[in-house]
Design a protein around this ligand. Structure first.
Ligand code: TYM
Length: 332
């Protein structure tokens, strides 16, 4: 059966990028042809320093973001990664299958490590093999992600293929990344060449899912753009990264294509478009953020939901990891 697995790291607060590139898509895939599993990737978060109390808070915030956006723990399995030992276990097995050369090609590691690769944790380097384990511990066939995670899902396929080849089996499926929609790479509001991220320096460069209406309006108002009005055709946005980003965000939030946004707003100036965008963002995010706040007032309830989800997750993942060990010749 087709099975979806995806996740988000609790390495800070959720952003509009996480919402449009991931959560909104997860909700759309829930309840259809797929069995859906959504995870809070706490083991991935600790590849860089996390304050322990803040990690707990952020873990619950990601879970609250899922729930408030419409992930239903009856329809989907929702849990945090560290609760299910299969992830770490299969992660080790895969770190013996993946090659150093494959890891060296990972652009996300290079971006995060910069010139300081020697000072990074071993975990940050091995990050993609743990991610392959997250996905393959469930034999997931489809992984909805934003554009920045494509290379990691492709590496997951490489690991599955090498495992299958080396052990003469068809045990692991070749997972398909699902990257569909207008806002799969939401950019920084102050610099249209950089991704919007949870950990960027200035809060003005991102919209947080818990931002209030005033903050959202202010951030879009101050968002960097060129002075020209919106063009009449999509082609003309190619060399205007900041303008393209705001059009893509509008499209993502309203559930239409970028073409349709241009059809409606072509020729409009920023004085018209930015307030319309801010209103739309508030309309979509305000109900979610107020529900997140309500849920986060009762952390014990969030923890109960994640604990129940973890039990269901183990029931799928444990036999798959046991079988993997057996294939590899490990006596258990
Ligand atoms: P993370 O936590 O950085 O991001 C979570 C999801 O949000 C998407 N995303 C974006 N999409 C569009 N525009 C943006 N600016 C933007 N920023 C983030 C990401 O593409 C992602 O889909 N390695 C993963 C977490 C992970 C995972 C997994 C995902 C661990 N194991 C297994 C899928 C399957 C990560 O760091 O995502």
């Amino acid at each position: 059966a087709p099975r979806v697995f995806s996740g988000i790291k609790p390495s800070g607060g959720l952003t509009l990028g996480n919402y449009l590139g991931a959560i909104k898509r997860f909700v759309e895939m829930q309840g259809g042809d797929f069995e859906t599993i959504f995870c809070v990737m706490d083991l991935h978060a600790i590849t860089v320093w996390q304050d322990p109390e803040e990690l707990k808070r952020a873990t619950r915030e990601v879970a609250a973001g899922y729930l408030a956006s419409g992930i239903d723990p009856e329809k989907s399995i929702l849990f945090n990664q560290s609760r299910v030992a299969a992830h770490a276990e299969l992660g080790w097995l895969f770190s013996c299958v993946a090659r150093m050369g494959w890891m060296n090609r990972m652009t996300q590691f290079k971006e995060k490590a910069g010139k300081n690769a020697e000072k990074q944790s071993l975990g940050l380097y091995a990050y993609p093999s743990l991610m392959a384990a997250d996905i393959l511990a469930y034999h997931a066939t489809h992984v909805p992600v934003g554009e920045d995670q494509k290379q990691h899902v492709e590496l997951t396929r490489d690991i599955a293929a090498k495992f299958n080849h080396d052990y003469g089996t068809e045990f692991f499926p070749l997972t398909t990344p699902v990257i569909e929609g207008p806002a799969m790479r939401v950019m920084n509001l102050r610099d249209g060449t950089k991704k919007m991220s949870k950990s960027g320096e200035s809060d003005m460069e991102r919209i947080n899912m818990i931002d209030d209406a005033d903050a959202i309006a202010k951030k879009f108002k101050k968002a960097r753009t060129d002075p020209a009005p919106l063009p009449e055709s999509l082609d003309e946005l190619k060399d205007r990264p900041e303008a393209k980003n705001l059009v893509d965000i509008y499209a993502g939030l309203s559930g239409v294509s970028a073409e349709q946004v241009i059809a409606e707003y072509g020729g409009a100036g920023w004085g018209q478009f930015k307030p319309a965008l801010a209103d739309l963002a508030v309309e979509k995010l305000a109900p979610i953020s107020s529900e997140m706040a309500r849920l986060m007032d009762d952390p014990a309830e969030i923890d109960r939901i994640m604990a129940k989800g973890a039990e269901r997750a183990r029931a799928i993942a444990d036999p798959i990891v046991a079988k993997t060990s057996e294939i590899m010749g490990l006596i258990r």
